[in-house]
Every structure is written in C-alpha cells, then in structure tokens.
Write a protein that binds this ligand. Structure first.
Ligand code: ACO
Length: 423
C-alpha cells in the first residue's frame, strides 16, 4: 500500500508521497513540493539526509554495517569472487556465467593498449605530477581519441565498447603515470596475464629483467579492488552521475569521478593516513598527543582514516581489510613500525569518549594504505589504486542513470546575498 506524509506549513497541508525501497528504506518524495506549495524547497548541505536517486546497484546499512553489491554480501564476494567477475556483476546486474566471464575478460585483455599518441602527453607532465592528476586528465583525453563516445545518441554497442576500453586501459594509464613519475620506461601490457598481474607487471616490471608477480600480492590486490568496487551515492559516484546527467560522455564523467575521489576527505584519505602515521612516527610516536590534537576544535588536524558519513557502527570493508592486512603482512614477512603506530592509534581512539560519542571508527582507508605500502605501492599511487577498484562502480552508476533517463542534476538554493542595489 502506498504511503503518504503530510507537511503542514503556514496553515496549509501538503501531501508528500513516500517511496519504499526493497530493504524497506523510506523516503519522502518532495519532487513536486515546490510546484504544489508555491515555492517551498528543502535544503540539506552535503546531502546528509537527501537521496539523489533510486538505485538497484549497492545496498548499504551504515547502522548495521551491511554492504551488498546487487544483493551479494561484500564478505562473500571478497572471499569467493574475482575483481572482473564483480565488475561484471555491478555493471550488468547479474553474476556472469563462465562463458560470459571468459568473453568479458577476453575483451578487456584485447583493449589494454593505449593509443601511441597518448604517450606524448606523459612527456608533457612535470616529473613531480601527482598520478591522480595524470589519471583524471588521461581518462578525459580518451574521449578525444574515441569521439564517437561523445554522441548522446550512441548505440548500446558503443557504450559497451567504451566500458570495455575504460576497464582495460585504466591500469595501463595508471601504471604509466607511475613509471613516468620515476623516469622509467613504460611497460606494455601482456595479454597472457590476468588483470591484477598485468597491472603489477606494468608497475614493477622492467625491460631489463623478467618480472613475476608474487601470488600473495596478486590475491591481496584482487581483494582490495573488490572491496572498493562500489559504495552507492558517495562523493565521486555522485560526481560521475551529475556530470553524466548533462549527457557528457562516459570518459569525461569518469574523469570527474577520479577528480572527486582525489580529495583527502574521500579516496585521498588512504594516502593521508600513511602520511599522518609517518608524521606521528617522526614526531616520536606519541599517539596520545595526536589523538588530543584531533579532538581540539581549534586545531584543523583530523585523524585520517577515522569516521564515515554513512557507517556509524563499523565499516564492513574495514573489518575484512584489517584481517587481510594482518595475513598479508605476516605472509610477506613485513615488519613495519608504522603499523605499530596504527594499532596504538586504533586502540586509543576506539576507547576515547570523543570518538565513541561521535561513532568514529576506522574506515577502509585506514588499513588499505598499510596494505598498499606492504605490497610496494608508492604512497602517491594509493588513491589511484582506489580509482582502479571504483571504476566498475562508477560505470554501473552512470549506466543506471542513463538507462533510467534521469533528468539533468540541477539543485536549487536559498539565496542569502545582497538584495537588488544600483550600480
Ligand atoms: N577526526 C576527528 N574528528 C572527527 C573526524 C576525524 N577523523 N571525523 C569526524 N570528526 C568529528 C567532527 O569534528 C564532528 O565533530 P562535532 O560534532 O563535535 O562537530 C563530528 O565528528 C562529525 O563529523 P562530520 O565532519 O560532521 O562528519 P561527516 O559525515 O561530514 O564527515 C568524514 C565524514 C569526511 C569521513 C569525516 O569523518 C573525516 O573527515 N574523516 C577523515 C577523512 C577520512 O578518513 N575520509 C575517508 C572516508 S572513507 C572514503 O571516502 C572511502
């Protein structure tokens, strides 16, 4: 039975339809409120309490710490699936059959090269260029090499090809950004390698010697990418949907997602966590002092990797990743003093009244940085790793938005500036 809410304002009553999701989440649909009330809008900076869409991709319950892609619990996918299988699931809506997955992998494998002309762009970046800046611009550049993607009336086949190209080329673009930053020759992709192995080969391989990825590292990377693959309407996914809603092409929409992810309050937090831990270590390792700084409202310092807009109990990804982190460090025999600081910080913060009262727990980025470091990934590539993982989610969000023919995203505002005045 459809429900309605009633809003009373200024002596009038307005009926507001209630939308109920498949997990019984309820939302007031205020889409027609402005028209029916003669101008009333709602305001919610940061969209803390506002749904922007109905979506069938990812379900998240922040209070209970639940995360599911297309209905499948993240714990099961992290344990049993591969990254490309999860990518297929997110984008197509169902898990692939073996032949569907084989074809998907084969298509991706055969599009991993990037146009040779794109190599020239790398030469133009300053050697200190942050790889996220390079990634965002190179993804946007793809739209100029594939101009047919710019046609808003593109066919389904065109879209499928763009999706394959993005999934195939992002690891190449990312690894080349790294090689360029250290002044090494780029490594071309190898078709005989799996998705993660190939990325590691392009990152750490050298023309002068053979490279074989450690299976422990490959498995860890696979898991990390799965855990990052989607997270419903977060900052970067919303950026992708918003840009895509103007019918901008998929490459440019994804480039917007990369840019949004870069910030330290979002995906950039994984780099910020390691930088913070290094700073605490260099400062003598006095964890309590830094926890006090984080609590001090006159100090801009925040504990990076703590807190989440949605998770107010625990981040299920952080739980999986924490265990993976312990396993990987022991398997690789890594003894990192920064890890001890991380553990102390976690312990102190989890007991501290300030963090308890505000429900601030370690999030996925708190541990992912530590794993990336153990895997030999340089710090300024951490957020790039996040982008590689998040790509299928961004694509799925964009695809859903376009298939549902959602209107252009265009919020309203409450104007608080000067009234009319003469020049
Ligand atoms: N350290 C210290 N205090 C914090 C922290 C933190 N990491 N996070 C939140 N708080 C405090 C705030 O000061 C605020 O306190 P108040 O109520 O006394 O004013 C309260 O907790 C609520 O914080 P908000 O900033 O209002 O929460 P919001 O939902 O807007 O922000 C965010 C969430 C951005 C993740 C925030 O917790 C943060 O900055 N964390 C550190 C950065 C980080 O780890 N980001 C990664 C998020 S996960 C991801 O994107 C993959």
């Amino acid at each position: 039975m459809s429900q309605e809410a009633t809003l009373s304002f200024d002596g009038n009553e307005y009926k507001i339809p209630v939308i109920t999701g498949t997990e019984n989440e309820k939302a007031l649909d205020i889409g027609k409120l402005r028209a029916s009330s003669g101008g009333l809008i709602t305001i919610d900076p940061g969209f803390k309490n506002t749904g922007s869409t109905k979506s069938a991709i990812t379900f998240l319950d922040g209070e209970k710490g639940i995360l599911r892609y297309r209905g499948y619990p993240i714990e099961q996918l992290a344990e049993k699936s591969s990254f490309l299988e999860v990518a297929y699931l997110l984008i197509e809506g169902e898990l692939p059959s073996k032949s569907e997955l084989d074809l998907f992998k084969q298509n991706i494998t055969h599009h991993t090269l990037i146009h040779e002309d794109m190599k020239r762009f790398y030469e133009a970046y300053p050697s200190k260029a942050h790889p996220m800046g390079v990634l965002a611009s190179m993804v946007n550049v793809l739209s100029t090499f594939y101009p047919e993607s710019q046609n808003p009336n593109r066919t389904e086949e065109d879209v499928d090809l763009t999706i394959i190209r993005l999934l195939a080329k992002l690891p190449t673009i990312a690894a080349w950004a790294y090689k360029n930053s250290i002044g090494h020759p780029v490594m071309y992709p190898k078709n005989k390698l799996g998705y993660c192995e190939n990325f590691l080969h392009m990152m750490f391989g050298m023309p002068t010697e053979d490279f074989e990825a450690d299976p422990v590292v490959v498995a860890a990377l696979e898991k990390l990418l799965i855990l990052h693959a989607d997270h419903e309407q977060n900052c970067s996914a919303s950026a992708v949907r918003l840009v895509g809603s103007s019918q901008a092409n998929l490459y440019s929409s994804i480039a917007a997602g990369v840019a949004a992810l870069w910030g330290p309050l979002h995906g950039g937090a994984n780099q910020a966590v390691i930088e913070m831990l290094d700073k605490i270590k260099a400062d003598g390792g006095n964890v309590a002092k830094w926890v006090e700084k984080a609590k001090d409202k006159n100090d801009s310092f925040r504990l990076m990797g703590f807190g989440h807009r949605v998770y107010k109990n625990f981040d299920p990804r952080a739980r999986i990743i924490k265990k993976a982190c312990d396993d990987i460090l022991s398997k690789l025999g890594v003894n990192d003093p920064v890890l001890d600081i991380a553990k102390q910080l976690e312990e102190v913060a989890l007991k501290d009244e300030y963090f308890v009262a505000r429900k601030l727990y370690p999030n996925v980025d708190f541990y992912s940085g530590i794993i990336y470091r153990a895997l030999g990934i340089p710090t300024d590539m951490f957020t790039v790793m996040f982008a590689l993982g998040r790509l299928p989610g961004w694509i799925a969000q964009w695809k859903e938005m376009t298939e549902n023919k959602e209107p252009i995203g265009r919020p309203r505002q409450v104007y608080v500036g000067a009234n009319e005045r003469n020049y």
